[in-house]
Each structure stands twice: as structure tokens, then as C-alpha cells.
Design a protein around this ligand. Sequence first.
Ligand code: ZN
Length: 474
Amino acid sequence: MLQSRLAALGCLAFRLGDEKRAASHRYGFIELVVCHVSLYCTLCVLRWSRQMFRPLLLLLTLAIGALAQPRSQAPALTQAPASLAIFSEVDDMLRTLSDITGWKVQRTVPAEVLSKDNFRKMVEEGVKDAETSKETRAAEIALKMFGLVPQDFNLARESGDLLAEQAAAFYDYRKKRLFVLDSTKADSEQLVALAHELAHALADQQHPLRKFISDADGDEQSTARQAVIEGQASWLSWAYLSKRTGGPGEVPKALVDRLAEGAGASGDDFPVFTQAPLYIRESLTFPYTEGMRFQDVVYRELGTGAFDRVFRDPPRSTQHIMHPQTYLMGRMPTKPVLPRLEETAGRDARRFRILTDGDVGEFDYGVLLRQYIGETEGRTAAAHWRGGVYRLYEHKQAKYPVLAHSSEWDSPEAARTFFELYQRVLRAKWKKLEIATSSAVQVTGTGDNGRFSLRLDGATVHSIEGIQSPERVR
Ligand SMILES: [Zn+2]
């Protein structure tokens, strides 16, 4: 859904060049935030949580120690390389990444330090543009209608703040150049950030990233491709560290799950991330955490062939990323048909126009269910997802929004489970809910923002929410 647009917040910035318009539509993240501004297409490495970073390094060292003694010439990971000195290692680092992936280095990659202040200015300009864009407004309304962010949430502003807080480095794939922010700690954090960006650069030399991203068809594919890009670069940066300290060129199994827990810096020093709604936090970290797990599973299945495979035959959905077996078995997502607005709005349906539409993936429903129902129950139910779509309408005169979404599940039983859980979501996300009619397959009534209808049809569940009665509109 909007996740693809949000995820880019941390990581992607596009120039809204004419030829990029289609892509930037899908990568709203960008459009939402950084990108209006910047003349870049960029990928940023996410900061790993400070609390987690040292334990992760220790774990890596221990895992490698069991296999091999660190080479004596290998620099200690805890020593702080100067921010410019580390750039002298770029060619060596590229060679090591080339050894791990089997990819030939075609050219070196210029690297620069960018001041945090300049980066923040870029972000600020992006936020200003995003605040006035129609896409941002539509995305924000959709998030609020789903109940994924509070009603007073400012998507552009919060996204910008989050990006400014969490970004550590980025690769500009228009200029083929990478930037490390001067706020990135001059120690192993810098090393991981640099290795991550070099992994992007090396991937870009084999599979041009710009095309890879712009070829995505829809929100789900966009998010899945972001997860390929970020997950692989994250996996490779840790595999690089492992190899550098004398271990194998892969991420020790024990580390993968721990790494996934450590993405996104939280705590007192990172108030924006810590206080952001669950959906926003997870959108930011998804490409890194779930993407890295995905890369690891595909790597363990296919060996080094995995690095090309995920670009040549990209995953199509967040489900493919979250459950790599569905990707390996080639299970394609479905496109359920949306309910007709006339079902609920009657003849007034013609008074609405479409604001935006897109996919609702397993990730989206998963966060929604976890937020309102509970962690385990939410995750389990969402895993039965087969496809999902939404459309956001706006009343032409009264300007109020209506949300329609449909989801298909892997069995009528799974659909019924979602049908029932979603009624609990409605109760939880609205302050008031009055039921008008209720049967085994349909519930109608009135919630905070108008009438709703929820309907079970075999393995599909349809919902329309927010229709106001004509007398209220006039
Ligand atoms: Zn990245």
C-alpha cells in the first residue's frame, strides 16, 4: 500500500524528472519527502540501533572466532577510522564485495562526506514540497482512514524528521557516487555504512538500480524491490565485515535474526523513530530487516547465484519477502475486485472522485492486525493473504474521504477469520461504532466518519468506510 511510499523515506530520493514521474508516483516516499528537492536518486543506509550495534559486532566476532582466528593485520572493529581515511579503503572494500558476490567491479565509486546540516536542508526542502503535494495528502488520508496513523499525523513533516534522524549514508545512483553523513560515528558504524553503499554501487554496475525500481508495477512490487536492494546491501555489509575479520563471506546464521532486531535506532537519542506510529517505524525498517532475512534464505538455497536471481526474477510482494518460500515456489499475488461504491453510497456514488489507489499487502494488513488485535494473532492471520487492493475516494463537494478495500485469502476459513478480526479493528480504531445489520457474511453500521459495510464473499473480504448521509453533506 503506502508502505512502498513510506519506506523510501529512509532510503530513496528521486528527482521528479519527467521520465521518472511514473516511478516517483510509486515511490511516494520520495515524492513525499526528500525527493522533490534533491536532484538525486538516492539510497540511504539505515542506522542500526546503537544499543544493538556493539552486541552485534561481538556476536559476529564470536561467530567468526569459532571458525577462524582474525587475521592479525585486520583492523580492530572498534577503532575509529577518520571520516576521510576510510575512503582510501573503497577499492579494497569493492574487491572484497566482488569476491563475495562474484560480481566484477567495473569502476570505482567516488565517495564524499556530507554534513548533517546540508542533508537536513535537503530534507527540509523536500518536506516543504511534499506538504503541498496531492500525493502526500492522499497518502496521509489513506493512512488515517485505515487507522495506521493518528488523525493529527503530518506525514511529510514526520517523514522528514525521521529521515533526518535515521539516515547514515546514501548512494546517489544518478551520479554514481556515495555520501556518508558526517554525523555517522567514525568507527565500525561508518565501515558498515560505507560497505552498504558500496554494495549498492556494485549491484548498480550489474543491474541498474534506477531501472530496477522504475520497472516495478504497483506498491507491492515497489516495496519488494526496495527490500531486494536494501536487504542485499545490508546482508553484504555484514558479510563484508565477517570476511574482513577472517570469517567466511557471509552473514553467520545466528546474526541474521539479531540484525533484524537492530535496524532503526531507537531510545532517548532518537525520539522521532521511538515515537513514530508502528506502521511508520516498520515501513522504514522493512526493506532492511525483512529484506536481509529474505536475501539470507535465498542465498542459503541458491548460493552466490542468489545475488543475481533476486534482480532477474524479482519478488512481487511483501509476502514474498516475509516468506521467501512463497517466492521460491513462485506463488503470485492475486488482484481482488473492489466493491462498487453504489453498494453503500447508492445513487450518490457519482458524487465521488478517485483520490488514489493501490495495493494492500501482507505487510499492511499484518501491521494493522498487530496494532489493533495482537502480535501473534495478527501475524498469523495476515500470513494467509493472497492479494489486496484499496481505493480512496473523495466527495466532490463536501471533500470528505471514503475508503474501499478488498482482500483475498488462501481459503474461505482464512477470509472468515479476517472478516471477524477486521470487525474488531473497526471497534478499536473508532471511538464509536453502531451496528445497523449483522449476518454471517455482512456487517453494516456507522463509525466515526460515516457509514461502513463489511462483506465476506468466499475467500474475499470487501470493505467500504466513511459514507456520510446526504443531509450531513449538505
Ligand atoms: Zn541502502
